[in-house]
Structure formats: structure tokens, C-alpha cells
Design a protein around this ligand. Structure first.
Ligand SMILES: NC(=O)c1ccc[n+]([C@@H]2O[C@H](COP(=O)([O-])OP(=O)(O)OC[C@H]3O[C@@H](n4cnc5c(N)ncnc54)[C@H](O)[C@@H]3O)[C@@H](O)[C@H]2O)c1
Ligand SMILES: NC(=O)c1ccc[n+]([C@@H]2O[C@H](COP(=O)([O-])OP(=O)(O)OC[C@H]3O[C@@H](n4cnc5c(N)ncnc54)[C@H](O)[C@@H]3O)[C@@H](O)[C@H]2O)c1
Lengths: 208, 208
């Protein structure tokens, strides 16, 4: 069973506590938080205790302290050192997208196997040969890899990029089943799920 | 307040009811469903009543009937007629991605303003001039638009594509604030949120 509260629930707590804070409330119970968000009070208590927030029996939590704690939890820590492998259509679209150019994402290196791309810079970020990944990942202390390579070469890219042991997490877009070293977190993204959600909501509106 | 149950909750009900069905359960209460998923029983009842499932007081719901109903709800209806505007890096990456080539997504038309793309076919789908969108959207009865154009021309693309009145929903990737005709559902996607989630989960693991 997953013990960590989902980021979605934490964002909801954050928003709700901000409202409570702004409306002048000083104390709030897990039941009140649960009622406002349709969670069970026990789920709220479990989530908050995960962050060391125990609450006072019969009283609850101090709104300002809880809000500040969650605010801190949501704040991304130091700048995160990221590399991207596969400077193709999707890779380039991500690098050019406004939100990825935010200062908190520090793209330090790109990797590709196409000689036409190796040695070039994309938005000021140098593109290296995948063969040099072990030494570059180590030199740049890269913690996160964004994987936008085709399915057939995805495992190779993962093996090369994780060889130096610096990578803690991979954001994977390729439709490949990957084998990762122990301790590396894999997050796979499938944008077609968003299309599926839209079609689902359109179906509902028709049913009304 | 959003009255529709989120697709995420419905998928959870679906999975849980399947388990109940397979373990031979015939009846289940909203409290049991809620306890298993950490939702309030009242939330479960509200969600299910949205689909016309009222349940019997003191008894609950028939597992097989409820499961079949939700199964039907989750099944995507007829093939959905889709157009994509902006055949650039992101647009092409989506068209080439395995999951978007599923038979249930019927991409009927592409639109662009680049003369080098107009008149060509991408994965067998013809690309038209955005100026012809009103007549093409009407002829092909397009219900969903995928918008992968730059922010500065996004509103123009929306205006042209919705002029014929066939579009019911837009899956928007551009970082633009859009004005839509009444009744058109807008779903905006920001892939950088996935990177943010990964960084957040990595931060947690460090805190353990
Ligand atoms: N998850 C999603 O929602 C989603 C959406 C679109 C595309 N995709 C996937 O993203 C991937 C890339 O799609 P695309 O359209 O950008 O492809 P593309 O062919 O345009 O780009 C692939 C790039 O990766 C490079 N490459 C190949 N093998 C490599 C390796 N081992 N190491 C480093 N670089 C390597 C190629 O030289 C090329 O530059 C595909 O697997 C596609 O299915 C996923
Ligand atoms: N939401 C996300 O997570 C995400 C991720 C990556 C990119 N993006 C966004 O997607 C958009 C496209 O990015 P890209 O890298 O593919 O850009 P691109 O420049 O490679 O492609 C844009 C394409 O749109 C065409 N175009 C321009 N105006 C048009 C119009 N009015 N109607 C039809 N076609 C038009 C261009 O001719 C070109 O073919 C950008 O807004 C970018 O910020 C979003």
C-alpha cells in the first residue's frame, strides 16, 4: 500500500488551509478538513502524520503552522539537475515549452545518437553522444533524466544514463517496458490519457 | 462546485468492484466502498447517484449490476472524430506516438499555416490550410480539436476551428489563455506538471 500522500491531496490541503488562514481561522480539525475535501478524517490524519504533523487531541491543528509546513513541503528544494535523452520532436517541443524553461529546472545536458545533433546546442544546452553519458552524468551530477527516445532504444539510453549512479528519477515518455537499477524512481507519462479523459467528460455531458 | 465524479474515482470504483465480483460478493454498501478507497460514504453515494445508481437502503448495491454499469460508462462510445492544429514538433510527436494510433481515435484532419505542410499527409492524415478549417470541420463532423500551435496564434486557430460549430472539446497544449464559444469543453495539458510531481516524490524519498 502506498504510504505517501499523493501530491494531489497535498495540493488540496494547501489550497484549503490557505482559505482558512485568509478567513482568520486559527485551529482546524481533521474532520473539518476531510468534510471540506470529501476525504475521511482518518485519511487526513494519516497524510498529515506522514509529515510529522500529529495534531492535538480534541483540538486539531494550528492553521498557520500547518499551512506553512505544507507550503514548505510543496516548495521545490534546490534547483534540480536534469538531462534529456532523445532530442527529437517530443524532446525539442519540451525544451522549447515555456514551463520547462523555468529557472528551477536546470537542464544541464542533452544526449542523442544522431551525429547531426551531437555537438550542437539546443536552447543553449549542449547535446552529447549517448556513449559519453556515464562521464557527463557524473561530471554534471545529473539527478533526473527525461527520456524522449523511441521505444526500441529506450533501454539502452537508460543503461547508459544510469551507469554513473547519479540518477534518482526518470520521467519516461517512451512506450517501452524498462528495467531500472534499484532505487531509481520511474515516472511514465502517457499524454493519450488526457485525450481519453476529455472524451470521457464529453460523453458525460451528452448524458445530461 | 463540480458535480461530476472525477474519472479517477470512477476508475477506482471499477477496479474495486471487479475485485468484489471476482471474490464472489453479491452486495456492497457505500460505506464498504468508501472504506476500501478512503472516500466518505456520502461521496460514494453522490458519485453513484450521478449515474442513476441509487442503491437500496440498508442493503446497498448489487455488485454485478453496478460493475457492469460502470464498465459501460468507462467504455468509450463510438469512434471519436478528431482534428489536430499545429503540425509542429509536438503535433508530429503525438501523431507518431503508438497510443494515439489506436483505432478509437479517428484523426480525420490536420491544420497548419505553413505552406510547406499544407497539402501534405502525415501518417496518412491530410493537412489542410487553417483558412479551410470551417468547411473541413463541418464536412468531417469533427468533435475534438487537439491544439499544438504556438501561444501567439492559438486563439486564431480556436476561432477558425470552432466557427462551424461541430467542436465539443479542445485538448490544449499551448500556454495561451483562450476564449471559447459556450458549450465547448477546454482541457489544458501541461506536461511540466509531471516533471514537478517526479521532483516532489524524489524529495520525499530523501526525507525518509
Ligand atoms: N508518452 C507520450 O504521451 C508520448 C507522446 C508523444 C511521443 N511519445 C514517444 O516519445 C518518443 C520520441 O518521439 P518523437 O516523435 O520525438 O521521436 P523522434 O524520432 O522525432 O525523436 C527521437 C530522437 O531520439 C534519438 N535517439 C534514438 N535513440 C536514442 C538513444 N538510445 N539515446 C539518445 N537518443 C536517441 C533520435 O536520434 C532522435 O533525435 C517515442 O517513443 C514516442 O512514442 C510519447
Ligand atoms: N503543454 C505542454 O506540456 C507542452 C509541451 C511542449 C510544447 N507545448 C506547446 O506546444 C506548442 C507547439 O510547440 P512545438 O514545439 O511543436 O512548436 P513548433 O513551432 O514546432 O510547431 C508549431 C506548428 O504550428 C503551426 N502553426 C502556427 N500557428 C498556427 C495556427 N494558427 N493554426 C495552425 N497551425 C499553426 C506552425 O506552422 C508549426 O507547424 C507551443 O505552444 C508549446 O509551448 C506544450
Amino acid at each position: 500500500r502506498i504510504a505517501e500522500p499523493t501530491i494531489e491531496r497535498i495540493v488540496q490541503y494547501h489550497r484549503l488551509l490557505k482559505e482558512f488562514l485568509e478567513s482568520g481561522r486559527t485551529v482546524v480539525s481533521s474532520k473539518e478538513i476531510g468534510d471540506a475535501l470529501s476525504f475521511k478524517a482518518s485519511q487526513v490524519r494519516k497524510d498529515l502524520s506522514y509529515f510529522g504533523e500529529i495534531g492535538k487531541r480534541g483540538v486539531g491543528y494550528h492553521v498557520d503552522r500547518l499551512y506553512n509546513h505544507i507550503d514548505q513541503i510543496l516548495a521545490l528544494p534546490k534547483e534540480c539537475r536534469i538531462a534529456l535523452a532523445g532530442v527529437g520532436r517530443l524532446g525539442e517541443a519540451l525544451l522549447r515549452h515555456k514551463a520547462f524553461r523555468d529557472a528551477k529546472y536546470s537542464f544541464r545536458a542533452l544526449f542523442d545518437i544522431d551525429p547531426g545533433k551531437i555537438g550542437k546546442s539546443f536552447r543553449g544546452i549542449p547535446c552529447f553522444d549517448l556513449a559519453d553519458a556515464p562521464k557527463i552524468m557524473k561530471r554534471e551530477r545529473i539527478e533526473v533524466l527525461v527520456l524522449t527516445v523511441p521505444a526500441e532504444t529506450a533501454q539502452k539510453a537508460v543503461d547508459m544514463a544510469t551507469a554513473a549512479g547519479t540518477v534518482k528519477g526518470i520521467l519516461n515518455f517512451s512506450p517501452a517496458t524498462l528495467v531500472l537499477p534499484a532505487g531509481v524512481l520511474l515516472c511514465s507519462v502517457d499524454i493519450s490519457l488526457e485525450l481519453e479523459k476529455l472524451l470521457f467528460y464529453l460523453k458525460y455531458r451528452e448524458n445530461q
